[in-house]
Write a protein that binds this ligand. Structure first.
Ligand SMILES: C[S@@+](CC[C@H](N)C(=O)[O-])C[C@H]1O[C@@H](n2cnc3c(N)ncnc32)[C@H](O)[C@@H]1O
Length: 385
């Protein structure tokens, strides 16, 4: 592809990303992949270059742009103006840039969300928002049986302070076909997620419920901490995610240990009735805005709306109440969200303590700027014995 055609491809994909963001459609990564499935003439260098253009424009502005063209022009004018000469109207090229046409403006947070984020971060708002929008390294969790020093040497990865089983690749590269990944010796998991698991402090012989287990990222960490002793139930309402957990458990040799349970949305208790008041630990890793993961999913900034956020906080409160009923006297509930918003974090935990009668037992807020990991909020709530 000529450079001009790459720009035009990026514009077309960005149009799709904008449309999908407005209507809860497919993720940007999926749209990039689909675009090239039907364009076999594009080689791997073309794909990589177009992807860079698409993500450069997405990272540039947190405010959903008017069009793919506006997004790309806005970004290139700010960061690579020489490329605008390639908007020359030749075959497969974008038409020349007009002085008065709409261009996206740089924005660190969606306009409607900025006041809440300023209130949350105070003077550090700009630095925190910049860190949230920057590229993330690739973090790995090394399985208990694997020699971490040998894995670090083989992958040329660095240790992560405070997490003895974590390694970091500052420049991410695909690992899905690496023997260390295929054998279950390493799993991709952000340091923030690993810190949440460490905060939960699952112990051998406990009964643990990972209520919103998804594809099992944190389940694997909980299982490692339990050293295969006790009971670990992993539930979710999403069949596809729960099914994706299967191969991960197999790779880690945990197929027999973890009990997956598919829940019916709104009627979750039907599949959990036997566990009422039975768990030492319930992890509620609740669905959330994902504001803490903007580094890896920058287009989430274009997706979130006030209505969606309100729906999410409602679901979070419901899941905390459900989780609380599963905790046994003397047990604990760990509430976690990959969010940096007060209403999903501290405010949610405080309201939960007042509503459920559970006792606040410590909490932690992580941010990319401060902790070099995804943004997370995690809180512990104890049930009196
Ligand atoms: C933040 S994700 C969990 C990520 C997962 N724990 C991990 O570490 O990879 C939130 C999960 O909550 C699930 N979920 C949404 N509504 C739910 C409900 N009513 N009951 C249980 N899980 C639910 C979603 O399907 C999603 O997988």
């Amino acid at each position: 592809m000529r450079p001009q055609a790459r720009l035009q491809a990026a514009i077309e994909i960005l149009d799709q990303v904008i449309e999908a963001a407005a209507h809860q459609g497919a993720a940007a990564d999926t749209l990039v992949q689909r675009y090239f499935q039907t364009r076999r003439y594009a080689g791997s260098k073309d794909r990589a270059a177009v992807r860079e253009l698409v993500y450069g424009a997405i990272r540039f502005t947190a405010e959903r742009p008017y069009s793919g063209r506006a997004a790309l022009i806005g970004w290139l004018e700010a960061d690579a103006p020489e490329q605008l000469a390639l908007f020359d109207g030749s075959a497969h090229a974008p038409s020349p840039v007009e002085p008065y046409e709409t261009r996206a403006k740089a924005a660190l947070a969606p306009l409607w969300l900025e006041p809440a984020m300023r209130a949350r971060f105070g003077d550090a708002f700009e630095a925190e928002a910049l860190a949230l929008g920057a590229r993330a390294p690739l973090d790995l969790r090394v399985a208990p049986g694997a020699d971490i020093a040998a894995v670090a040497a083989e992958l040329e990865a660095e240790p992560v302070p405070g997490l003895p089983r974590a390694l970091r690749l500052e420049t991410p590269r695909p690992l899905e076909r690496h023997p260390l990944f295929e054998s279950g010796a390493v799993e991709v998991q952000d340091a923030g997620s690993q810190l949440v698991v460490a905060f939960a402090a699952a112990q051998p012989h406990e009964t643990v419920i990972d209520l919103c287990a998804g594809a099992g990222g944190k389940t694997l960490g909980l299982a490692a901490d339990m050293a295969g002793e006790g009971r670990l139930i992993a539930s979710d309402t999403d069949r596809t995610r729960l099914q994706a957990m299967g191969p991960r458990l197999q790779r880690a040799g945990l197929g027999e240990f973890v009990e997956p349970r598919l829940l019916n949305p709104g009627r979750e208790m039907e599949a959990l009735a036997d566990l009422q008041g039975a768990a030492d630990l319930v992890l509620v890793d609740a669905p959330c805005s994902g504001t803490g993961t903007w580094r890896r999913n920058p287009e989430l900034r274009w997706r979130l709306t006030a209505e969606r956020l309100a729906r999410l906080t409602h679901v979070q409160a419901r899941l905390i109440d459900l989780g609380a009923s599963l905790v046994k006297p003397g047990g604990r509930l760990i509430y976690a969200v990959c969010s940096v918003l007060t209403e999903e974090g501290p405010a949610q935990a405080e309201a939960a303590a007042a509503r459920t009668g559970l006792t606040p037992g410590g909490r932690k807020a992580l941010t990319p700027l401060h902790d070099r990991c995804d943004g997370f909020f995690v809180a512990r709530l104890d049930k009196r014995g």
